[in-house]
Design a protein around this ligand. Sequence first.
Ligand code: ZN
Length: 199
Amino acid sequence: MEYYSEKISRLIAELGSLPGIGSKSAQRLAFHILGMPDEKVKKFTDTILDAKTNVRYCKSCFCLTDRDVCPICSNPNRDKKQIMVVENTKDMAAYERIGKFNGLYHVLNGVISPMLGIGPSDIKIRELIVRLQQEETEEVIIATGSSVEGEATGMYISKLLKPAGIKVSRIANGIPVGGDLEYIDEVTLLRALEGRVTI
Ligand code: ZN
């Protein structure tokens, strides 16, 4: 049974399709938006469209950015000998927030998940191999999450890199199983990085 007119229901349904937004939150947001001044709503929707249109993958590390090459990859002061492999741009930002890692990143944009039909060729693994052939990398730090998929993806990459003679390390345990890196506090994240082990 519909309590609201069609346009309101559609707005609630769209908002409710976003991650972490249940039906009550969707209703609250919908009525908040309907109560906002027109120009504020326009600015909001323009911002979404602008981000969606202009954000792309960095040509080097494949993080999401609005430039061809992201600010980290184009910073001459970053240590090019270390590359940290992360699942997504949010995890990269989590490590940047602690400000103790001065190397470069490689963003996989996903993890291998046979259940979801995501194989190695669906994430940026080949791009990592190509990168390692061109750059002067000495250590690859695997910082995928500790979910089953994150661990399996880390193992897959380390096996691929072993024959190349590059040092491969894995961030330490202490990250809760299935933990989402972006929600982990900075001390835990720093400990995981400093306590990494060669694999
Ligand atoms: Zn980059």
